[in-house]
Design a protein around this ligand. Structure first.
Ligand SMILES: Nc1ncnc2c1ncn2[C@@H]1O[C@H](COP(=O)(O)OP(=O)(O)OP(=O)(O)O)[C@@H](O)[C@H]1O
Length: 253
């Protein structure tokens, strides 16, 4: 008797956008899925922007190269937009069509207090934004990627300590952290990927990395990891990655 391989029905119909690296694509079972919202959550400097810039270029690649063969759109909420880095990355992921990065001010956190009425308003704003994004994604078959910061987790008994997804706790730079946009936002997105980093003593294996420094232990290198926190089509999994001049790439184990 032969075992029957059951394909996830979502994978059969959902187009995916390559991340520009076979190892990262393998982690995501082909790339970032269309028709849904994928979140990258990480502390500052972990690679959210780098990955988004890379996806901006990859989406424009033809389907034969894993792209969506379509235009891409980046809403950047901080100034300045990293145009130089985008140009540098475009040498690694060539053939982009015209790109129009847009900047927009989306300061959702600072406009709200911790009062119940503000929290309620904030939640309904999240649901409104996510609902619009999802309907646009479905209507035009878009792959939507959003980013989220983290905050240090101090009170693990509070709401922030609730486990959402595969991991009890998320660690980055040796600290316990949790996504800055809380539980209601977690219910608005379809998939969450956590990027983290830690410094370890070791030898430098990659060239062109800005992650090298000399500490008391000698040469330090930055270890970065991408973890699937939750996704309807993916198991709990993770892989290491590096950021180099040419882009963001997974590291095989
Ligand atoms: N040209 C480059 N070559 C190699 N590494 C680079 C290059 N540009 C940026 N990096 C790496 O990317 C890191 C910054 O990543 P990125 O800007 O994506 O962080 P982020 O998660 O978006 O942070 P923030 O939340 O503050 O915007 C730098 O610390 C550096 O290690």
């Amino acid at each position: 008797m032969h075992p029957i391989k059951v394909e996830n029905p979502l994978n059969l119909i959902t187009q995916k956008c390559t991340l520009g690296c076979p190892i990262l694509d393998h982690l995501l079972d082909g790339g970032v899925p269309c028709n849904s919202i994928t979140e990258l959550v990480a502390e500052s400097g972990c690679g959210k922007t780098q990955l988004c810039l890379q996806l901006l270029l990859c989406a424009q690649l033809p389907a034969s190269r894993g792209g969506l063969g379509a235009a891409s759109f980046y809403i950047h909420s901080e100034f300045p937009f990293p145009l130089r880095r985008l140009r540098q990355l475009s040498l690694s992921f060539p053939h982009p069509t015209a790109m129009t990065p847009w900047t927009a001010s989306l300061s959702m956190q600072s406009e709200f207090d911790n009062k119940p009425s503000d929290l309620k308003r904030r939640s309904s704003l999240f649901f409104g934004i996510a609902g619009k994004l999802k309907s646009i994604a479905k209507r035009f078959s878009l792959a939507i990627v959003v980013t989220n910061q983290v905050v240090d987790l101090i009170d693990s008994d509070g709401a922030n300590g609730l486990q959402v997804g595969n991991f009890g706790y998320l660690y980055s730079s040796g600290r316990r952290v949790c996504p800055a946009l809380g539980l209601s936002w977690a219910n608005c997105i379809n998939s969450r990927l956590f990027l983290s980093r830690c410094k370890e003593a070791g030898t430098i294996a990659t060239s062109g990395s800005e992650d090298q420094s000399c500490g008391e232990l000698g040469v330090m290198m930055m270890k970065r990891r991408m973890q699937v926190v939750f996704a309807p089509h993916l198991p709990e999994s993770s892989c290491e990655f590096v950021i180099v001049r040419e882009g963001v790439f997974g590291v095989g184990s």
